[in-house]
Design a protein around this ligand. Structure first.
Ligand code: ZN
Length: 240
């Protein structure tokens, strides 16, 4: 049986990723295979009960079992570009003081450009979730610097992007105008880069973060499998 850590339901299998994404990549004849992304479970993608994706489940496992936060203290959370299911989960964490930020979504608490988060004071959050945002942002170095600035000392930030394991250098071009080209090179029509693994970690370190790469060993044998997360998945946590 599998368990979803977001909604705690148990069932035989998660649902696979929808085929629409694959149809686009096939039409464009892209150079990559979707199986070569580091953290992405095609076969066991979404929860049949709450719709949480494999990465939502990975973040929930981290928040429940691996985040070192003093018990009883308020947990000031910043959720950037919130996903509804994970947002509800984060709000339910003990002592949560939750804030969400997005440049476009009317559902977010604050309308914020991640490259300039001046509405937040320095070191005002203990836990940040920034998942699948940086690959959309024109200047990711500025965004990473802002994330580091608003994170409190001792805090942790989940910093995740799509990582293609078959490339050695990041391909980026915020000025690429063609939608098909953006699909083909960057994996989605609103992405401006495709990250290589070592380069992504280097960019986070350059921004000041101490980076932890938590893999299946860090979470314990069988944990990823039970929760529908592939063995090649890695959670990147930036600490300050
Ligand atoms: Zn669920």
């Amino acid at each position: 049986m599998r368990t979803c850590p977001v909604c705690s339901c148990r069932f035989p299998n998660f649902y696979p990723l929808s085929r629409g994404h694959l149809e686009i990549t096939n039409r464009l004849g892209v150079f990559y295979s979707i199986e070569d992304f580091e953290t992405l479970n095609l076969g066991q993608y979404s929860c049949p009960e709450c719709n949480a994706s494999d990465r939502d489940r990975l973040y929930a496992l981290y928040a429940m079992h691996h985040m070192n936060h003093p018990p009883g203290q308020p947990l000031r959370i910043l959720d950037i570009a919130p996903a509804p299911v994970l947002s509800a989960f984060l709000r339910s964490l003990p002592n949560a003081r939750y804030r969400s930020a997005d440049l476009f979504s009317p559902l977010a608490d604050d309308k914020v450009d991640i490259m300039d988060m001046n509405i937040y004071a320095d070191e005002s959050f203990d836990f940040i979730v920034c998942s699948h945002v940086l690959e959309h942002v024109r200047d990711d170095a500025r965004a990473i610097a802002e994330l580091y600035r608003v994170l409190a000392k001792g805090g942790s930030a989940i910093l995740m992007v799509p990582i293609l394991l078959t490339i050695d250098t990041t391909d980026e071009d915020p000025d690429e105008r063609s939608e098909d080209e953006r699909w083909a090179r960057f994996g989605q029509d609103d992405h401006v880069r495709m990250y290589a693994k070592h380069d992504f970690v280097a960019r986070l370190r350059h921004g000041g973060f101490h980076v932890e790469a938590l893999d299946t060993l860090a979470f314990g044998a069988g944990t990823f499998r039970e929760h529908g997360i592939t063995e090649q998945s890695v959670l990147y946590v930036g600490r300050k």
